[in-house]
Design a protein around this ligand. Structure first.
Ligand code: FAD
Length: 418
């Protein structure tokens, strides 16, 4: 039996950030992950400019920048052929912590972050899978049982942080998991070499058969992430690799760019992914990262939210661990729920609007037609996805009318923000 103040389940960006911040705040932390690192994770591997602020605070940014590709913005190709081109440095005047995003392989990112957690004093156990939670008769979580290569182990904790991703066992065991009905999409991800024409812009190509993202991720590699409606899974009967190859070959402009390319990693599949916990806490436990919520990969949001969630939860974790009574403990966890709502609420709305447009080609075609002629608005939107432009900048009625093409362009900065 082992006892710690905080047990973090999951060593992805959410778990490492939560563990690092809690350890820095003076808590005794153990992090467990069922995997052995470095481990791959199906992901388009883009980190937003504001994500770099947290990576810097954790002492990870310099190491990562040496192994990553720099991304200056994003270009979205709509089914109609119109292009939305937005860059992080723009006339709106908002600036991120860095003027660029990062394309970085998850094997690299997650291993560097886990090492930073270790350096902060976190006890890290790899190949330790949480199977059950320990709970008191009133339901309060008091720890977990782990399956390790050496056998079963029990770990007691004043607080369990569920950072164990989309199919979080912590969330499921507590009855908090909720899989959304829409959108139901699945993803196939692989790395390629020698894809022609890949520059410093991340690319999204949206078609009626799904969308594919391309981005440089350092070391001459390009991440290819295809997302298709789940009903297409039946067409993958001869294998995900064959399906991905066929999909790219059938694309009118991408086929020639992949003519001389070689796939250098297996095709990894995941999905469906839209899920949101009913609430991000339960007495004795809190959820962060994908375990708390994830919508759709289109905006490349998850890593920033995972890092930011770890940063955000620390003060509430401290209060919950040191609480003198169950009531005080629960009050701290409710505070965490409110803080998440305040921090991420606007962003969730923007993501849902974008997700809706991506799932409805006529709507996306319309938005692309408007945005291809309104570069300022495209830059503003890319800034929101880069986490340094506040979502309220695009959620004003006037800006929404601009998206619909019903309002004239306005000079920057937007009057509502000055
Ligand atoms: C196709 C696709 C593309 C994406 N592209 C982007 C992108 O470009 N940019 C971006 O920001 N986000 C992207 N995302 C989202 C991003 O991958 C996630 O939001 C991010 O990984 C969340 O981090 P996390 O730490 O919460 O979860 P994860 O990274 O999934 O980490 C969870 C960890 O928990 C461990 N674990 C799970 N169960 C247990 C258990 N029972 N016991 C112990 N350990 C356990 C796992 O081994 C894993 O290491 C994408 C997602 C998908 C599906």
């Amino acid at each position: 039996m082992h006892r710690v103040q905080v047990l973090v389940v999951g060593g992805g960006p959410a778990g490492s950030a939560a563990a690092w911040h809690c350890a820095q705040a003076g808590l005794d932390v153990c992090l467990v992950d069922r995997a052995r690192f470095p481990r791959a994770k199906p992901c388009a591997e883009y980190v937003s400019p504001e994500g770099s602020r947290i990576l810097h605070a954790m002492g990870a940014l310099e190491t990562l920048e040496m192994q990553a590709a720099a991304l200056s913005g994003m270009v979205v190709h709509a089914p109609s052929g119109d292009r939305i081109h937005g860059e992080f440095v723009a006339r709106h005047g908002f600036r991120g912590f860095r003027d660029r995003g990062l394309g970085v392989r998850r094997e690299v990112l997650d291993t560097v972050l886990l090492d930073r957690a270790r350096a902060a004093g976190v006890q890290v156990l790899e190949q330790a899978k949480v199977e059950q939670l320990l709970q008191q008769p009133d339901g309060t979580v008091t720890g977990a049982t782990l399956r390790t290569p050496a056998g079963e182990r029990t770990m007691h904790a004043a607080l369990v942080i569920g950072a164990d991703g989309l199919r979080s066992v912590v969330s499921r065991r507590l009855g908090l998991a909720h899989q959304s009905r829409w959108p139901r999409r699945v993803a196939l991800v692989a790395h390629y070499r020698n894809v022609s024409g890949v520059g410093t812009l991340g690319e999204m190509h949206v078609t009626r058969r799904g969308y594919v993202g391309l981005a440089a991720v350092g070391d001459g590699l390009v991440n290819v992430a295809l997302v298709v409606p789940r009903r297409h899974a039946g067409d993958m009967r001869d294998g995900t690799a064959a399906y991905l190859t066929r999909w790219l070959e059938a694309h009118p402009t991408l086929a020639s760019r992949f003519g001389g390319a070689t796939r250098v990693t297996p095709v990894r599949a995941t999905g469906p992914f839209a899920s949101r916990a009913r609430r991000p806490w339960h007495p004795g436990a809190i959820l962060t990262g994908d375990a708390a919520d994830f919508y759709d990969p289109f905006t490349g949001e998850g890593i920033y939210s995972a890092l930011r969630g770890g940063e955000l939860l620390t003060e509430y974790a401290l209060s919950a661990v040191r609480a003198s009574s169950r009531d005080v403990h629960v009050r701290a966890l409710r505070g965490y729920e409110r803080a998440r709502q305040q921090t991420f609420g606007g962003k969730w709305r923007v993501e849902q609007l974008i997700g809706m447009a991506v799932g409805m080609p006529p709507l996306l075609n319309h938005a692309a037609r408007v945005l291809s002629r309104d570069r300022d608005l495209a830059d503003l939107l890319i800034g929101v996805t880069g986490d340094f432009v506040p979502p309220r900048a695009v959620l004003t009625p006037r800006t929404l009318l601009r998206f619909l093409g019903w309002a004239a362009r306005s000079p920057f900065p937007p009057p509502c923000l000055v």
